[in-house]
Design a protein around this ligand. Structure first.
Ligand SMILES: [Zn+2]
Length: 85
């Protein structure tokens, strides 16, 4: 994930809080809206998405947690009546 020409940048907790409050629309370092989102990477209950700032060249992962589901629907007459464990 890291390359020889990369270095870590410290993200202050205030800037992180602001970023989360803003739903990740502005770069937490330079506040640019010129962001590029990568593909979604799934783990159990968690999705990571690479984000790059075009303006300041910083990149990071946004982390999404499973929090809810929609209403349940079923297409077959039988499938909704499976015995519960
Ligand atoms: Zn930036």
């Amino acid at each position: 994930m890291s390359r020889a020409d990369e270095r870590l940048i410290e993200l202050h907790s205030d800037d992180l809080a602001k970023y989360l409050e803003d739903d990740g629309r502005h770069c937490p370092i330079c506040e640019s809206v010129d962001l590029e989102w990568g593909s979604l990477e799934f783990e159990a209950g968690i999705v990571n998405q690479n984000v790059s700032c075009i303006n300041c060249k910083v990149h990071w992962y946004d982390i999404y947690h499973l929090t809810d589901v929609t209403e349940m629907m079923v297409t077959s007459k039988e499938a909704g009546h499976v015995e519960q464990a």
